[in-house]
Ligand binder design. Sequence first.
Ligand SMILES: [Zn+2]
Length: 163
Amino acid sequence: MASLMKFIADVMLGRLAKRMRLLGFDVLYDRTIDDNDIIRLSLEQDRVILTRDTGLAARPMADNHLFITSDDVRAQMQQILAVFPPDMLPRPLTRCSECNEPLVAISRKKVKDLVPAHVYEKHETFLQCMICKRVYWMGTHVGRMGLGETNKKKPGSLNRSGP
Ligand SMILES: [Zn+2]
């Protein structure tokens, strides 16, 4: 089951890691770790290595990897979805795109001061990351996988992201 699969992304794939997390994938990403750490964590935690690095991909200990062929994050996401088809996807919006932490439902009243007014008016369901306190909601443009997130440090700011 793809939903139970876990991943670790190399240093070049930070944007892909965030997008995958928004779709619910468990993706470890840390720009401070090196190839040896990536291989060790992959083996210890049974994570598939996502890499753009042919050197890393060629290492025998990194056998459990998916080589990402494009520099473009949209093409990268398409490659992921081709290997892990949509019917195998975990639930979207279950994981923080920054921290990889599972999101927790938060009452609508509590987010009033944390999200833009028009978002508050239009949406019923909100989720929050307990680590960084970002608030997430399901956007209205389902066709474009509209997901919203806002950073508590910048109330009122709205970042749209999606494939
Ligand atoms: Zn977070």
